[in-house]
Design a binder for this molecule. Structure first.
Ligand code: NAD
Length: 521
């Protein structure tokens, strides 16, 4: 038996949060080795980029074959290390990575293709201009423990597709999965130095990564660490993507399909034991249906079977650590002290050895409570009520987070109208918390949910240096804005401007000579 901890003094222990047994021990990376690892990644990047997109995609395709072949073993390791159920290891960890592989294979060639630009000026001045999406160099991926496989692997796949090499720092609490990711790329035959995994404490290795000099940091994790990294990255102006926390509202209107919505609320709140940045964390129910709906949610919550994720009869596994349990208990105690009513769950599962907690419903919650305003990252669902759409919007927006939000209604136009006023990165109607798994959907949110986007064409482009290349035909002897300046030049420029911004005139001129003839000396 061992305690799940971030300690990396000697070897890192992977501890099964369901049994507290040690799965394995992982060698930590000495901080002083990071500089050489980043240098190796930089050397490998030159060849990796030069290989070209189709050759890189040939390697990426191998990841699909590897995952398909080793699916059961991969799910088992994720469940052993993180505690989530095998079903969740499959559908929230392996499947999104396969979807990302497909996205890279099918959508990346068009997304990374040169973008030809059009401007009337180009025609007149005989200029061809285009944007080229070049690799950045070495990308550092720093990842959390809650989706230890899919978050880093999807980032790695996008970074590699764009021609970068990667240094991954997985969470110490899921070092076993971090090592699994190393194996996936190694055993798929990727060239040495293309994917590098360093293991250990975030504070030590994070500083070492930035000191070594990387070309982008893709960070997913908590707000305090994100802010710290942004400050550090600011010193060297290293670009950084921050995928941070969420406190995602679910709004149920009185015309919603209550059966679907209650099932959605229960799954959205308790999937991965509530340790999801985009889980349903605040449930707002229209007053007219509040009693009936709350009862439906309660009945479904009480049916959730808590246990070891390796058992197919389990719906919800354990939390990751004792610290997470402490936060959950503190938020429940705070809510109870402020007048909320715990109508389901509310306590640790003492009959089980690991970090198990009952799925918990907190009725009569309000915005003075930590369970509504702070990230709990556990199996708690506060329930609140509202009287009209405006009040629901106001409550949804009363948060420092804005990652995802959902509205449930039989009237899609009404729900869409509400979303025009709700600040969020992802909006779903009659659904929740699933679009991270679809590689085409951009992911990220404003406020303290972070900066930048991952996934989708927009996330892919974040892993590139967009270089604009303009080619001027030397047939044009000199540019009209060059020296020497004169009154004639001024008049000539005026003539050009008149042509440029007048469709009719522009069509009559094929090049600048037509326009400038009149005023050239
Ligand atoms: P965390 O911030 O504690 O750790 C994330 C990673 O950063 C880990 O690898 C950790 O070792 C590393 N780290 C810690 N201190 C560091 C430092 N000083 N410098 C560099 N790296 C450091 O977060 P966590 O507890 O692993 O994950 C939970 C948090 O992640 C929650 O807030 C959750 O909302 C957020 N999250 C966000 C998303 C998203 O897509 N927006 C997805 C999953 C999780």
């Amino acid at each position: 038996m061992a305690k799940k901890s971030n300690s990396t003094i000697k070897k890192i222990q992977s501890v099964n949060p369901a049994t507290l047994e040690v799965n394995c021990e992982i060698e930590p990376t000495p901080a002083e080795d990071v500089k050489a690892i980043v240098a190796g990644a930089r050397e490998a990047q030159v060849k990796w980029a030069a290989a070209g997109l189709s050759e890189r995609l040939r390697y990426i395709r191998k990841v699909k074959h590897y995952l398909t072949k080793h699916m059961d073993e991969i799910c088992r390791i994720i469940t052993l290390d993180n505690g989530k159920t095998l079903v969740e290891s499959l559908n929230t960890e392996v499947m999104p990575v396969l979807d990302m592989v497909n996205f890279c294979l099918k959508d990346a060639p068009a997304a990374l293709r040169d973008e030809h630009l059009h401007n009337p000026m180009f025609k007149l001045l005989r200029i061809r201009s285009r944007n080229i999406f070049e690799p950045l160099g070495v990308v550092a991926v720093i990842a959390p423990w809650n989706f230890p496989f899919t978050i880093p692997t999807t980032q790695i796949l996008m970074a590699l597709t764009a021609g970068n090499t990667v240094v991954l720092k997985p969470a110490a609490m899921t070092a076993y999965v971090g090592d699994l990711i190393r194996r996936v790329f190694e055993e798929s035959g990727f060239p040495e130095g293309v994917v590098n995994v360093i293991q250990g404490s975030g504070s030590v290795l994070g500083d070492a990564i930035l000191a070594a000099g990387v070309d982008r940091v893709a960070f997913t994790g908590s707000v305090p660490v994100g802010k710290h990294l942004m400050k550090r990255a600011g010193e060297s102006l290293t670009p950084i993507t921050l995928e941070l926390g969420g406190k995602d509202p679910m709004i149920v209107l009185e015309d919603a399909d209550l059966d679907r919505a209650s099932s959605g609320a229960v799954w959205g709140a308790f999937v991965n034991c509530g340790q999801v940045c985009a889980s349903v964390e605040r449930l707002y129910v229209h007053r007219k249906i509040a009693d009936r709906f709350t009862e439906m949610v309660r009945a479904k919550t009480e049916k959730i079977r808590v246990g070891n994720g390796l058992d197919f009869g389990t719906d919800m596994g354990p939390l990751i650590s004792e610290d997470q349990i402490a936060t959950v208990e503190a938020h429940i105690a705070d809510a109870a002290a402020k007048g909320a009513e715990i109508i389901a769950g509310g306590k640790r599962v003492d009959s089980l050895k690991g970090y198990f907690f009952e799925p918990t419903l907190i009725a009569n919650a309000d915005h003075t409570m930590d369970c509504v305003m702070e990230e709990t990252f556990g199996p708690t669902l506060p329930i609140l009520t509202f009287s009209d759409d405006d009040e629901a919007v106001r409550l949804a927006n009363d948060s420092r987070f804005a990652l995802t939000a959902s509205v449930w209604s039989g009237n899609t136009a009404r729900a869409e109208a509400m979303f025009k006023k709700i600040v969020t990165g992802t909006a779903t109607i009659n659904d929740c918390s699933f679009t991270y798994g679809l590689a085409q959907c951009p992911w990220g949110g404003p406020k303290e949910s972070g900066i930048g986007r991952t996934h989708s064409v927009h996330g892919l482009i974040e892993f590139t240096n967009m270089k604009n290349l303009s080619v001027t035909n030397p047939i044009i002897k000199e540019n009209i804005w060059w020296y020497p300046y004169s009154e004639n030049k001024y008049k000539g420029l005026k003539a050009v401007i008149r042509v440029l911004y007048n469709e009719g005139l522009l069509q009559k001129c094929s090049n600048i000579t037509d326009v400038t003839k009149a005023f050239q000396k």
